[in-house]
Write a protein that binds this ligand. Structure first.
Ligand code: MUC
Ligand code: MG
Length: 369
Protein backbone atom coordinates (compact mmCIF):
# COMPACT_ATOMS: atom_id res chain seq x y z
CA UNK A 1 0.00 0.00 0.00
CA UNK A 2 1.18 3.54 -0.72
CA UNK A 3 1.63 5.06 2.72
CA UNK A 4 3.27 8.44 2.25
CA UNK A 5 4.46 10.78 -0.51
CA UNK A 6 6.96 13.49 0.32
CA UNK A 7 8.33 16.21 -1.98
CA UNK A 8 11.75 17.61 -1.11
CA UNK A 9 13.23 20.78 -2.68
CA UNK A 10 17.00 21.01 -2.46
CA UNK A 11 19.14 23.94 -3.61
CA UNK A 12 22.47 22.97 -5.14
CA UNK A 13 24.97 25.48 -6.58
CA UNK A 14 26.29 24.82 -10.10
CA UNK A 15 30.06 24.48 -10.71
CA UNK A 16 29.94 27.67 -12.85
CA UNK A 17 27.17 29.90 -14.20
CA UNK A 18 25.29 27.86 -16.86
CA UNK A 19 24.01 30.28 -19.53
CA UNK A 20 21.03 29.33 -21.67
CA UNK A 21 19.06 31.71 -23.92
CA UNK A 22 16.20 31.49 -21.38
CA UNK A 23 18.07 31.61 -18.06
CA UNK A 24 21.45 31.75 -16.34
CA UNK A 25 21.70 29.06 -13.69
CA UNK A 26 23.84 29.60 -10.61
CA UNK A 27 21.95 27.02 -8.60
CA UNK A 28 19.72 24.13 -9.49
CA UNK A 29 16.62 23.34 -7.43
CA UNK A 30 16.33 19.57 -7.21
CA UNK A 31 12.74 18.38 -6.84
CA UNK A 32 12.77 14.92 -5.27
CA UNK A 33 9.82 12.69 -4.51
CA UNK A 34 9.94 9.92 -1.94
CA UNK A 35 7.17 7.32 -1.87
CA UNK A 36 6.96 5.12 1.23
CA UNK A 37 5.07 1.83 0.98
CA UNK A 38 3.50 -0.27 3.75
CA UNK A 39 5.83 -3.22 2.97
CA UNK A 40 8.80 -1.05 4.00
CA UNK A 41 9.95 -0.39 0.44
CA UNK A 42 10.72 3.16 -0.61
CA UNK A 43 10.85 4.60 -4.12
CA UNK A 44 12.41 7.85 -5.38
CA UNK A 45 11.63 10.07 -8.34
CA UNK A 46 12.73 13.49 -9.57
CA UNK A 47 10.89 16.40 -11.20
CA UNK A 48 13.70 18.93 -11.50
CA UNK A 49 13.28 21.69 -14.07
CA UNK A 50 15.42 24.59 -15.32
CA UNK A 51 15.19 28.23 -14.23
CA UNK A 52 11.92 28.37 -12.27
CA UNK A 53 9.33 29.08 -14.97
CA UNK A 54 11.85 30.25 -17.59
CA UNK A 55 12.02 26.90 -19.37
CA UNK A 56 8.86 24.91 -18.71
CA UNK A 57 5.33 25.43 -17.42
CA UNK A 58 5.96 23.90 -14.00
CA UNK A 59 8.16 25.43 -11.31
CA UNK A 60 9.72 23.57 -8.37
CA UNK A 61 7.19 25.28 -6.13
CA UNK A 62 4.17 24.38 -8.30
CA UNK A 63 5.34 20.77 -8.54
CA UNK A 64 5.58 20.51 -4.74
CA UNK A 65 2.24 22.16 -4.03
CA UNK A 66 0.43 20.19 -6.75
CA UNK A 67 1.79 16.84 -5.60
CA UNK A 68 1.15 17.62 -1.91
CA UNK A 69 -2.33 19.04 -2.46
CA UNK A 70 -3.76 17.27 -5.50
CA UNK A 71 -1.80 14.15 -6.48
CA UNK A 72 -0.67 12.49 -3.23
CA UNK A 73 -4.21 12.34 -1.75
CA UNK A 74 -5.34 10.37 -4.85
CA UNK A 75 -2.68 7.74 -4.29
CA UNK A 76 -2.39 7.23 -0.55
CA UNK A 77 -3.95 3.86 0.33
CA UNK A 78 -3.69 2.46 -3.23
CA UNK A 79 -1.83 -0.79 -3.89
CA UNK A 80 1.83 0.21 -4.37
CA UNK A 81 2.67 -2.69 -6.69
CA UNK A 82 -0.09 -1.70 -9.15
CA UNK A 83 1.81 1.17 -10.72
CA UNK A 84 -0.19 1.29 -13.96
CA UNK A 85 -3.51 1.54 -12.05
CA UNK A 86 -2.12 4.30 -9.84
CA UNK A 87 -0.82 6.29 -12.82
CA UNK A 88 -4.03 5.76 -14.81
CA UNK A 89 -5.93 7.37 -11.93
CA UNK A 90 -3.50 10.31 -11.77
CA UNK A 91 -3.56 10.82 -15.55
CA UNK A 92 -7.37 10.69 -15.66
CA UNK A 93 -7.91 13.21 -12.88
CA UNK A 94 -4.92 15.57 -13.11
CA UNK A 95 -4.44 17.82 -16.16
CA UNK A 96 -0.94 18.76 -17.29
CA UNK A 97 1.75 18.67 -14.58
CA UNK A 98 3.95 16.32 -16.55
CA UNK A 99 7.04 16.81 -14.38
CA UNK A 100 5.07 16.03 -11.23
CA UNK A 101 3.58 12.92 -12.86
CA UNK A 102 7.01 11.80 -13.98
CA UNK A 103 8.45 11.99 -10.47
CA UNK A 104 5.52 10.03 -9.02
CA UNK A 105 5.68 7.36 -11.72
CA UNK A 106 9.45 7.04 -11.35
CA UNK A 107 9.17 6.60 -7.57
CA UNK A 108 6.44 3.95 -7.91
CA UNK A 109 8.41 2.06 -10.59
CA UNK A 110 11.61 2.32 -8.53
CA UNK A 111 9.77 0.82 -5.53
CA UNK A 112 8.24 -1.94 -7.66
CA UNK A 113 11.55 -2.86 -9.30
CA UNK A 114 13.18 -2.98 -5.84
CA UNK A 115 10.32 -5.21 -4.68
CA UNK A 116 10.99 -7.56 -7.60
CA UNK A 117 14.77 -7.32 -7.12
CA UNK A 118 15.43 -6.16 -10.69
CA UNK A 119 16.93 -3.01 -12.24
CA UNK A 120 14.32 -0.47 -13.39
CA UNK A 121 15.47 -0.94 -17.01
CA UNK A 122 14.08 -4.51 -16.90
CA UNK A 123 10.61 -3.22 -15.97
CA UNK A 124 10.78 -0.86 -18.97
CA UNK A 125 11.31 -3.59 -21.55
CA UNK A 126 14.91 -4.48 -20.81
CA UNK A 127 18.25 -2.82 -21.45
CA UNK A 128 20.05 -3.37 -24.74
CA UNK A 129 23.17 -1.49 -23.54
CA UNK A 130 24.96 -1.02 -20.21
CA UNK A 131 26.59 2.34 -20.90
CA UNK A 132 25.47 5.51 -22.69
CA UNK A 133 27.49 8.14 -24.58
CA UNK A 134 27.22 11.46 -22.73
CA UNK A 135 27.52 14.96 -24.19
CA UNK A 136 28.67 17.95 -22.12
CA UNK A 137 27.16 21.42 -22.45
CA UNK A 138 29.55 24.33 -22.88
CA UNK A 139 27.64 27.35 -21.57
CA UNK A 140 30.04 29.60 -19.69
CA UNK A 141 29.25 32.41 -22.12
CA UNK A 142 32.95 32.83 -22.99
CA UNK A 143 34.59 31.23 -26.05
CA UNK A 144 38.08 30.75 -24.55
CA UNK A 145 36.68 29.33 -21.30
CA UNK A 146 34.46 26.94 -23.27
CA UNK A 147 37.44 25.68 -25.30
CA UNK A 148 39.53 25.14 -22.15
CA UNK A 149 36.62 23.32 -20.50
CA UNK A 150 36.14 21.04 -23.54
CA UNK A 151 39.84 20.25 -23.66
CA UNK A 152 39.77 19.24 -20.01
CA UNK A 153 36.80 16.94 -20.64
CA UNK A 154 38.61 15.30 -23.57
CA UNK A 155 41.73 14.83 -21.49
CA UNK A 156 39.73 13.21 -18.69
CA UNK A 157 37.99 11.00 -21.30
CA UNK A 158 34.64 12.17 -19.92
CA UNK A 159 33.02 13.77 -22.99
CA UNK A 160 33.72 14.07 -26.70
CA UNK A 161 30.32 15.40 -27.73
CA UNK A 162 29.77 19.08 -26.91
CA UNK A 163 26.54 21.01 -27.00
CA UNK A 164 26.78 24.79 -27.10
CA UNK A 165 24.01 26.95 -25.74
CA UNK A 166 23.31 29.82 -28.09
CA UNK A 167 20.48 32.19 -29.02
CA UNK A 168 20.93 35.00 -26.48
CA UNK A 169 23.30 37.00 -28.71
CA UNK A 170 23.00 38.16 -32.34
CA UNK A 171 23.21 35.24 -34.80
CA UNK A 172 26.54 36.38 -36.28
CA UNK A 173 28.16 36.53 -32.80
CA UNK A 174 26.84 33.08 -31.90
CA UNK A 175 28.06 31.61 -35.20
CA UNK A 176 31.52 33.09 -34.61
CA UNK A 177 31.60 31.64 -31.08
CA UNK A 178 30.52 28.15 -32.21
CA UNK A 179 32.85 27.96 -35.20
CA UNK A 180 35.83 29.08 -33.10
CA UNK A 181 35.12 26.21 -30.70
CA UNK A 182 34.60 23.70 -33.53
CA UNK A 183 37.87 24.78 -35.14
CA UNK A 184 39.80 24.49 -31.85
CA UNK A 185 38.41 21.02 -31.04
CA UNK A 186 38.73 19.48 -34.49
CA UNK A 187 36.99 16.77 -36.47
CA UNK A 188 37.16 13.94 -33.92
CA UNK A 189 34.76 15.88 -31.71
CA UNK A 190 31.04 16.37 -32.26
CA UNK A 191 29.89 19.97 -31.82
CA UNK A 192 26.17 20.71 -31.59
CA UNK A 193 24.08 23.73 -30.69
CA UNK A 194 20.92 24.26 -28.68
CA UNK A 195 19.11 27.50 -29.47
CA UNK A 196 16.32 26.89 -26.94
CA UNK A 197 13.68 28.40 -29.30
CA UNK A 198 15.41 31.80 -29.55
CA UNK A 199 15.53 32.27 -33.34
CA UNK A 200 12.96 33.48 -35.83
CA UNK A 201 12.70 31.27 -38.90
CA UNK A 202 14.80 33.76 -40.91
CA UNK A 203 17.51 33.84 -38.24
CA UNK A 204 17.44 30.04 -38.23
CA UNK A 205 17.86 29.88 -42.02
CA UNK A 206 20.89 32.16 -41.81
CA UNK A 207 22.39 30.66 -38.66
CA UNK A 208 22.02 27.02 -39.66
CA UNK A 209 23.57 27.60 -43.09
CA UNK A 210 26.73 28.98 -41.46
CA UNK A 211 26.86 26.33 -38.73
CA UNK A 212 26.34 23.48 -41.20
CA UNK A 213 29.13 24.81 -43.43
CA UNK A 214 31.41 24.98 -40.37
CA UNK A 215 30.91 21.29 -39.48
CA UNK A 216 28.34 21.51 -36.68
CA UNK A 217 26.46 18.16 -36.42
CA UNK A 218 23.13 18.97 -34.88
CA UNK A 219 20.81 21.96 -34.35
CA UNK A 220 18.46 21.67 -31.37
CA UNK A 221 15.12 23.51 -31.14
CA UNK A 222 16.12 26.53 -33.27
CA UNK A 223 12.63 28.12 -33.31
CA UNK A 224 9.59 28.34 -31.02
CA UNK A 225 8.27 25.00 -29.81
CA UNK A 226 4.82 25.55 -31.36
CA UNK A 227 6.21 26.45 -34.80
CA UNK A 228 6.02 22.94 -36.25
CA UNK A 229 5.80 24.19 -39.84
CA UNK A 230 9.07 26.14 -39.52
CA UNK A 231 10.80 23.10 -37.98
CA UNK A 232 9.59 21.00 -40.92
CA UNK A 233 10.89 23.53 -43.45
CA UNK A 234 14.28 23.68 -41.71
CA UNK A 235 14.54 19.89 -41.43
CA UNK A 236 13.82 19.61 -45.14
CA UNK A 237 16.11 22.44 -46.19
CA UNK A 238 19.27 21.33 -44.40
CA UNK A 239 21.27 18.11 -44.36
CA UNK A 240 22.44 18.82 -40.80
CA UNK A 241 20.16 17.14 -38.22
CA UNK A 242 17.40 19.26 -36.72
CA UNK A 243 16.34 18.12 -33.24
CA UNK A 244 13.07 18.81 -31.42
CA UNK A 245 13.22 19.34 -27.65
CA UNK A 246 10.81 21.86 -26.10
CA UNK A 247 8.25 20.96 -28.81
CA UNK A 248 7.82 17.44 -27.39
CA UNK A 249 5.42 17.11 -24.47
CA UNK A 250 4.74 13.43 -24.79
CA UNK A 251 3.54 10.89 -27.35
CA UNK A 252 0.85 13.08 -28.94
CA UNK A 253 3.36 15.80 -29.86
CA UNK A 254 5.80 13.15 -31.02
CA UNK A 255 3.17 11.72 -33.38
CA UNK A 256 2.27 15.17 -34.76
CA UNK A 257 5.95 15.98 -35.25
CA UNK A 258 6.68 12.69 -36.95
CA UNK A 259 3.65 13.08 -39.24
CA UNK A 260 4.79 16.59 -40.18
CA UNK A 261 8.40 15.42 -40.76
CA UNK A 262 9.34 18.29 -38.45
CA UNK A 263 12.55 16.86 -36.96
CA UNK A 264 15.34 14.42 -37.78
CA UNK A 265 15.96 13.67 -34.09
CA UNK A 266 13.82 13.69 -30.94
CA UNK A 267 15.32 14.69 -27.59
CA UNK A 268 13.46 12.37 -25.24
CA UNK A 269 13.05 13.77 -21.75
CA UNK A 270 11.26 11.74 -19.14
CA UNK A 271 9.86 14.79 -17.32
CA UNK A 272 8.78 16.70 -20.42
CA UNK A 273 7.12 13.50 -21.71
CA UNK A 274 5.11 13.17 -18.49
CA UNK A 275 6.83 10.06 -17.18
CA UNK A 276 8.91 7.03 -18.05
CA UNK A 277 6.07 5.17 -19.77
CA UNK A 278 4.95 8.11 -21.98
CA UNK A 279 8.65 8.64 -22.78
CA UNK A 280 8.84 5.04 -24.04
CA UNK A 281 5.90 5.93 -26.31
CA UNK A 282 7.73 9.00 -27.64
CA UNK A 283 10.65 6.72 -28.47
CA UNK A 284 8.39 4.17 -30.13
CA UNK A 285 6.79 6.83 -32.33
CA UNK A 286 10.28 8.01 -33.31
CA UNK A 287 11.51 4.54 -34.12
CA UNK A 288 8.41 3.69 -36.18
CA UNK A 289 8.79 6.98 -38.09
CA UNK A 290 12.50 6.81 -38.83
CA UNK A 291 13.32 9.65 -36.42
CA UNK A 292 16.59 9.23 -34.50
CA UNK A 293 16.74 9.30 -30.71
CA UNK A 294 18.68 11.42 -28.25
CA UNK A 295 18.50 11.08 -24.49
CA UNK A 296 17.76 14.54 -23.07
CA UNK A 297 18.05 16.04 -19.59
CA UNK A 298 16.54 18.82 -17.50
CA UNK A 299 19.84 18.91 -15.59
CA UNK A 300 18.52 16.62 -12.90
CA UNK A 301 20.61 15.25 -10.07
CA UNK A 302 21.41 11.57 -9.55
CA UNK A 303 17.85 10.28 -9.19
CA UNK A 304 16.38 11.69 -12.41
CA UNK A 305 19.61 11.01 -14.27
CA UNK A 306 19.58 7.36 -13.18
CA UNK A 307 15.89 7.03 -14.14
CA UNK A 308 16.60 8.49 -17.58
CA UNK A 309 19.63 6.22 -17.99
CA UNK A 310 17.51 3.12 -17.26
CA UNK A 311 15.01 4.20 -19.93
CA UNK A 312 17.58 5.20 -22.55
CA UNK A 313 19.39 1.88 -22.05
CA UNK A 314 16.29 0.20 -23.53
CA UNK A 315 16.43 2.19 -26.82
CA UNK A 316 17.75 0.10 -29.71
CA UNK A 317 18.57 3.24 -31.65
CA UNK A 318 20.37 5.87 -29.64
CA UNK A 319 22.43 7.21 -32.50
CA UNK A 320 22.52 10.81 -31.24
CA UNK A 321 23.70 9.76 -27.74
CA UNK A 322 22.61 11.38 -24.49
CA UNK A 323 23.35 14.42 -22.36
CA UNK A 324 22.93 12.81 -18.95
CA UNK A 325 25.59 14.92 -17.26
CA UNK A 326 23.31 16.72 -14.75
CA UNK A 327 25.07 15.58 -11.55
CA UNK A 328 28.43 16.72 -12.96
CA UNK A 329 27.19 20.31 -13.26
CA UNK A 330 26.37 20.43 -9.54
CA UNK A 331 28.75 21.09 -6.64
CA UNK A 332 27.01 18.60 -4.32
CA UNK A 333 26.11 14.94 -4.81
CA UNK A 334 22.87 13.60 -3.33
CA UNK A 335 23.72 9.96 -3.96
CA UNK A 336 25.72 7.90 -1.48
CA UNK A 337 27.72 6.49 -4.39
CA UNK A 338 27.86 8.81 -7.42
CA UNK A 339 26.95 7.58 -10.91
CA UNK A 340 29.98 6.32 -12.82
CA UNK A 341 31.21 8.29 -15.87
CA UNK A 342 34.17 6.75 -17.68
CA UNK A 343 35.52 6.45 -21.21
CA UNK A 344 32.99 9.03 -22.47
CA UNK A 345 30.10 6.93 -21.19
CA UNK A 346 27.69 6.86 -18.25
CA UNK A 347 27.40 3.37 -16.78
CA UNK A 348 23.75 2.38 -16.31
CA UNK A 349 23.29 1.32 -12.64
CA UNK A 350 22.83 -2.42 -12.13
CA UNK A 351 21.25 -2.68 -8.65
CA UNK A 352 17.52 -3.15 -7.97
CA UNK A 353 15.21 -0.27 -8.93
CA UNK A 354 17.08 2.88 -9.89
CA UNK A 355 20.18 1.27 -8.42
CA UNK A 356 21.07 4.39 -6.45
CA UNK A 357 20.89 5.29 -2.74
CA UNK A 358 20.15 8.72 -1.39
CA UNK A 359 22.54 10.33 1.08
CA UNK A 360 19.89 11.43 3.59
CA UNK A 361 22.30 13.55 5.64
CA UNK A 362 23.46 15.45 2.58
CA UNK A 363 19.87 15.93 1.50
CA UNK A 364 18.91 17.26 4.94
CA UNK A 365 21.72 19.81 4.59
CA UNK A 366 20.74 20.88 1.03
CA UNK A 367 17.02 20.86 1.66
CA UNK A 368 15.19 24.17 1.33
CA UNK A 369 14.39 25.23 4.88
C1 MUC B 1 17.95 21.64 -22.93
O1 MUC B 1 17.33 22.50 -23.50
O2 MUC B 1 18.30 20.70 -23.61
C2 MUC B 1 20.14 20.18 -21.40
C3 MUC B 1 21.47 20.37 -21.30
C4 MUC B 1 21.68 21.68 -20.89
O3 MUC B 1 22.73 22.25 -20.69
O4 MUC B 1 20.47 22.29 -20.74
C5 MUC B 1 19.47 21.34 -20.92
C6 MUC B 1 18.19 21.75 -21.45
MG1 MG C 1 17.35 21.53 -25.43
Amino acid sequence: MIQNIEVILAEVPTIRPHKLSVATMNTQTLVLVRVTCADGIEGWGEATTIGGLNYGEESPDSIKVNIDTHIAPLLIGMEASEVAKAMAKVRKIIQGNRFAKCAIETALLDAQARRLGIPLSELLGGRVRDALPVAWTLASGDTAKDIAEAELMLEKRRHRIFKLKIGARPVADDVKHVLAIKKALGDAVSVRVDVNQAWSELEAVQGIAALEAGGVDLIEQPVRAENTAAMARLAQRYAVSIMADEALHGPQDALAFANASAADVFAVKITQSGGLIPATQVATVAQLSGVSLYGGTMLEGGVGTAASAHLFSTFTDLSAGTELFGPLLLTEEVLRTPLVYKDFMLQVPTGPGLGVDIDMEKLAYLRRK
